[in-house]
Design a protein around this ligand. Structure first.
Ligand SMILES: Nc1ncnc2c1ncn2[C@@H]1O[C@H](COP(=O)(O)OP(=O)(O)OP(=O)(O)O)[C@@H](O)[C@H]1O
Length: 351
């Protein structure tokens, strides 16, 4: 593991695209189909982040992060606003220099890939496309300057559903369409590693379904798919693995189901036509009881007592029950709970 990444442009990066502001961080792979054998594919696509740290003055944006992102899976990169996700992605891509630590893609620092653009496609900011250009012209320029065959432009436009809008100026695109164009840009070079920063932002429900299917397919082709979000719900149905950070620090790196299971909060949903009576009994037994809005006027959400004990107390007190269900916290709740101490801004107040 190299200890640091150096700043500045890398060999193989389209400097004109950078200079013109055509892309901020969408580094696309050079032409040719992805070549992945079972052996080198897994090596080629692994993202390894080691003790990665970034300080801006006395502000530590990323704090000793170590994690691995594997090929063949969708990995969600989750954290509240300001947690350090974008900064981390930028350091993996060599766009920012770490204060210490480092990151490699396929065992090599991104900067040291002799043909770096062949390896990683990334979308960091969908707005960074020249508004006066058409989607097609934008992609053509990138394809030309990166030695990618022109036919890829039509292929990726079709892939993201922008064929009809290909000749329209990007300035008139909705955010969802810009996201699609950013995804097309990342796919242009058919890279084995894909990184997206908040790709679902601004997409309508149909777009969200589409992008989920796309990410899953890209992962099933053996690619590494790493996407950031500040919303757990976005990852719940998309990701296999999670890397969760808060205030620049690692909170969890594990399969989605393990993350959900780690949540300590369990509650019991009780439905009873004698809600007031049962509430008094449960409070006296030391439970916490709240009305459960989703279960109507009969619904109570009880924490602090197991379902068996609640059932026994109801029986002893001649309270009729219509439902008694143990519930694990939702993934969103698990996420909120685990990152509660690391949220940078609460109700607009800096902590
Ligand atoms: N260039 C910079 N100079 C100073 N502080 C910065 C800079 N870039 C990021 N930061 C700070 O570093 C922290 C992490 O920011 P970052 O954008 O990486 O978070 P994020 O998890 O991507 O947040 P969001 O979900 O809101 O995009 C924030 O407190 C941010 O204000």
């Amino acid at each position: 593991m190299a200890s640091s990444l150096t700043a500045g442009p890398r060999p193989g990066i389209d400097l004109r695209a950078y200079a013109c502001g055509l892309v901020r961080a969408a580094r696309v792979a050079v032409a040719g189909p992805m070549r992945m054998t079972p052996g080198d594919g897994h090596r080629g696509g692994m993202i390894e982040v080691h003790e990665l740290t970034k300080r801006y003055g006395d502000k530590t944006a990323v704090d000793g992060l170590t994690f691995t992102v594997r090929p063949g899976q969708v990995t969600g990169f989750l954290g509240p606003n300001g947690a350090g996700k974008t900064t981390t992605l930028r350091m993996i891509l060599g766009l920012d220099t770490p204060t210490s630590g480092g990151a490699t893609v396929g065992g090599v620092r991104f900067a040291d890939h002799s043909r770096g653009l062949r390896h990683v496609g990334a979308l960091l900011d969908a707005h960074h496309v020249h508004p006066g250009r058409s989607a097609e012209a934008h992609l053509r320029a990138l394809a030309r300057s990166n030695g990618i065959p022109a036919r890829r432009v039509g292929e990726v436009l079709e892939e993201v559903g922008l064929t009809e809008a290909a000749r329209r100026r990007v300035g008139g695109f909705s955010l969802g369409m810009k996201q699609r164009l950013g995804i097309a840009t990342a796919l242009l070079g058919d890279p084995p590693v894909l990184m997206f920063d908040e790709p679902i932002n601004g997409m309508d429900p149909e777009g969200v379904m589409w992008v989920r299917r796309l990410f899953r397919r890209l992962a099933s082709e053996g690619r590494t798919v790493f996407l950031s979000s500040h919303l757990m719900t976005e990852m719940e149905n998309t990701a296999d693995q999670l890397v969760v950070i808060g205030r620049g620090r690692l909170v969890a790196a594990e399969p989605v189901r393990d993350f959900a299971a780690r949540s300590t909060r369990r509650s019991v949903l009780v439905r009873t036509p004698q809600a007031a009576e049962l509430t008094a009994v449960l409070l006296a037994a030391g439970a916490e009881v709240e009305p459960d809005g989703h279960a109507g006027s009969e619904g109570l959400s009880v924490t602090g007592l197991p379902a068996e004990r609640i059932g026994a107390l109801a029986f002893d007190n001649r309270v009729m029950l219509h439902e008694l269900t143990t519930r694990s916290a939702s993934l969103e709740e698990a996420f909120m709970e685990l990152t509660a101490d690391s949220v940078e801004y609460l109700a607009g107040q800096s902590r």
